[in-house]
Write a protein that binds this ligand. Structure first.
Ligand SMILES: [Zn+2]
Length: 304
């Protein structure tokens, strides 16, 4: 049986929140089977739980935020969600003493490191995958995203930035996670932003924690970070990282292909909700053994 996963023990990390720029302490805790991903605001009394659910996602202009039935929210969940997807972790409690997760270095890599440092524990319950049976597509202007049946997990992603530093890098790629490693190929890609936007946001008390320590910063012509890019196609890969995280807020790894053109958090979430509401397009599947499992990025070997 391919089993659900959690982490072996708790681990704590401190970082800066992107929005407020304050110190945030996050504790990742193991959780029993069928708990899912649950964020817990320990700055509130009583503590408030915010389960990750596709329909609870909102406020997607700068990042992904989820809200519980009582209206309590947690922001900047997408890079941790992407790391959890990459390692196939089904069940975890994410405690934070703020209304946002720490931004860390703007990628999923620090979260991967934390999760791998405590190790992955298998639980005695079948892991449930969402298998795409029929294509489903959502659009927003010229942007679109589609999930298609595929016996594995593959991402065919295209961005189209009319910016000299981005347009000279690769803007389209097909990543097949049968042969590519999420941890190696995707997890280190940082978020990116334009200095003019950051200056505008800071003037409006937004993104106060944003800096070159947690983003690739661009002026009108070039990358400003002295260390340059981590991947030659880091912009494209960060958009893929975001999409993987956004789709994992449904709580299950997807067996299928994501084909996307210029999507962001809002459209990714729209696609996930459209999928979950169209029962004819997908089914839950579980597997008896790893030979049957069509996706490699969630195999026990890679995660340990
Ligand atoms: Zn991102």
């Amino acid at each position: 049986m391919i089993k659900q996963r959690t982490i072996k023990q708790s681990v704590q990390e401190t970082g800066i929140g992107l929005h407020k720029g304050d110190k945030v302490t996050m504790t990742l805790r193991p959780a029993p089977a069928n708990t899912g991903i649950v964020f817990r605001r320990v700055d509130l009394e009583p503590h408030a739980d915010i389960p990750a659910r596709a329909e609870a996602v909102g406020d997607t202009m700068l990042c992904t935020c989820i809200t519980n039935a009582d209206g309590v929210s947690i922001s900047t969940v997408e890079h941790l969600a992407s790391a959890l997807a990459g390692l196939g972790i089904d069940n975890i409690i994410v405690e934070v003493d703020s209304d946002e997760l720490p931004i860390m270095d703007g990628s999923a890599s620090p979260f991967i490191f934390l999760l791998q440092s405590v190790g992955i524990e298998e639980l005695n319950a079948p892991k449930q995958f969402i298998k795409i049976k029929k294509s489903i597509k959502v659009k927003d202007g010229d942007k679109w995203a589609e999930l298609r049946p595929h016996d594995g997990f593959r991402v065919d992603f295209r961005i189209d930035f009319d910016h000299p530093a981005i347009s000279q890098t690769r803007q389209h790629m097909v990543l097949d996670f049968d042969s590519s490693s999420y941890v190696d190929e995707v997890s280190r890609a940082r978020t990116f932003g334009f200095m003019k936007d950051l200056e505008y946001m800071n003037a409006n008390n937004l993104a106060l924690g944003g800096s070159m320590a947690n983003a690739v910063a661009l002026d009108e012509y070039r990358v400003l970070n002295p260390e340059g890019l981590r991947y030659s196609d880091e912009f494209l890969k960060h958009k893929i990282l975001d999409a993987i995280g956004d789709l994992y807020l449904g709580g299950h790894s997807i067996i299928g292909e994501l084909v996307a053109y210029k999507t962001g958090h809002g459209l990714n979430n729209k696609l996930l909700n459209a999928l979950l509401q169209n029962q004819a397009c997908w089914e839950f599947v579980s597997y008896d053994n790893s030979e049957e499992l069509p996706i490699r990025f969630a195999s026990p070997i890679l995660a340990n």
